[in-house]
Design a protein around this ligand. Sequence first.
Ligand SMILES: Cc1cc2nc3c(=O)[nH]c(=O)nc-3n(C[C@H](O)[C@H](O)[C@H](O)COP(=O)(O)O)c2cc1C
Length: 172
Amino acid sequence: MQIQRDYKQAILGKYPEGVVIVVAKTPEGRYNPITLGWTMITSHEPPMFAISVGLTRYSRKVIEKAGEFVLSFPSGEMAEAALFYGTNSGRELDKMAEFPVATQPTVSIDSLLLSDAVANFECKLVSQLETGDHVIFVGEVLASHQHEDEDTKRLYTWAQGYKMGEAELSSD
Ligand SMILES: Cc1cc2nc3c(=O)[nH]c(=O)nc-3n(C[C@H](O)[C@H](O)[C@H](O)COP(=O)(O)O)c2cc1C
C-alpha cells in the first residue's frame, strides 16, 4: 500500500545511488572534476551516457565549452575525493591541485582518467537538453578503461547528506 507523501520525503527511498566523477578541461587549461549522482546509460550501440548538471554549476559551462568529458566510476576508497569535488567549485579553486588523486592520460579526448576508479569512459558531447534546473548532457563513449583489479568496488551515496561508501555487489 502506498501513502501519499511530500516529494522530498518520498525521494529518500532512491538510495543507495551510484556516484560518478566527471572531469572536463576548463578554458584556462585546468581539469575540473564534479561529483554527480544523477547519471544513466542511454545506449549500447553506440555506448552513451547521460549526466544531469545544475544550470548554475561551473561545470555546466566547462562541459559545454570543452565538448567532451571523462565519466569515471570512483571506487569506495575515493569517497573523500568525491566529497571534496562535490562540495567545492572549480570557479574558486583548482580542485585537483587542492585534493590530488592518481590520474592517467586519456587516449581520445583532452581530459584525465582517474587511476583508482572502477572504470573511466572518454565521452564526446553529442547532445543536451534543459530539464528544469538541470541540463542533461549526453556523451558518446570513444574509449573505455577498467581498473586492473576487477574486484574494485564502486562508490555509492547511502543517504541524504552525502553519506558515502563502497557497495558489495552481487555477481548474479
Ligand atoms: C554525492 C554527490 C552527488 C551530487 N550529484 C550532483 C548531480 O547529479 N548534479 C549536479 O549538478 N550536482 C551534483 N552534486 C553537487 C556538485 O558536485 C557540486 O555542486 C560541485 O561543487 C560543483 O562543482 P563545480 O562548481 O566545479 O561545477 C553532487 C554532489 C555530491 C557530493
